[in-house]
Ligand binder design. Structure first.
Ligand SMILES: Cc1ncc(COP(=O)(O)O)c(C=O)c1O
Length: 213
């Protein structure tokens, strides 16, 4: 068997990781080999508590029998179908369940995306396209929070507010206002019911006089 960690250091690139330190001879990367519930086990049999649920993606635990059985049953039926020109029952059922979480809301449709970053990018694109198609192409400014994190793809990073994650993702042809102070106290119900918040509106260009949130 090839030396896995040599292959790892030679061929893989890790997000937000100083690769020089990662690849140093004296560094032995943590290689996870299994997980059960909230416990992860490394190459030496040492166990760890998966304290952040694999960055919030595994909230029901590893190797959960119900989830494993559901994935297995789905793979027996069909492995994957595109959503482009087709539909299927699990998507319809999930869409209905999600809409049911929003009783009385004007939101009545679900658009499925792949992950957090592409969800953000889809939302930005929908908003820009909406105004373009409705004769307000000048409404092209995205309001963003400082110290926000929305993912690492170019569009998601462009509305992020943490310099180390933001990189060069702001050169897109649309404008962002990344200086809103997210530490400000939550808006009161009264100010939320108005479409104008004095502090936020002050940050908008003159052509963008109202906010919807
Ligand atoms: C608030 C927030 N938005 C977006 C993302 C990006 O999600 P993904 O890693 O699935 O692209 C994350 C990921 O941690 C997040 O915490």
């Amino acid at each position: 068997m090839p030396d896995l960690l040599s292959l790892e250091k030679r061929h893989l690139w890790h997000p937000f990781t100083l690769m020089q330190a990662w690849c140093a001879d004296e560094h032995e990367p943590l290689l996870l080999v299994s997980g059960k519930g909230c416990t992860l086990t490394d190459q030496h049999g040492k166990e760890y508590l998966d304290g952040n649920s694999s960055i919030w993606t595994n909230i029901h635990g590893h190797s959960h029998p119900t989830i494993t059985a559901a994935i297995h049953a789905q793979l027996e039926r069909v492995s994957h179908t595109s959503f482009l020109g087709f539909t299927h029952e699990p998507a319809i059922q999930l869409g209905k369940q999600l809409i049911d979480l929003l009783p009385g809301s004007a939101l009545s449709r679900v658009f499925f995306s792949d992950n957090g970053s592409t969800a953000i990018e889809s939302a930005i694109r929908m908003a820009l396209q909406f105004w373009k198609q409705n004769e307000h192409p000048q409404r092209d400014t995205i309001l963003a929070f400082d110290r926000a994190y929305h993912g690492d793809t170019l569009g998601a990073a462009s509305v992020g507010g943490i310099p180390i994650f933001k990189g060069s993702g702001n050169d897109f042809g649309y404008k962002t206002l990344p200086r809103i102070n997210s530490a400000a106290p939550p808006l009161s119900a009264a100010s939320r019911s108005s479409t104008k918040s004095a502090s936020w509106s002050a940050c908008l260009p003159k052509s963008h006089s109202s906010l919807i949130y």
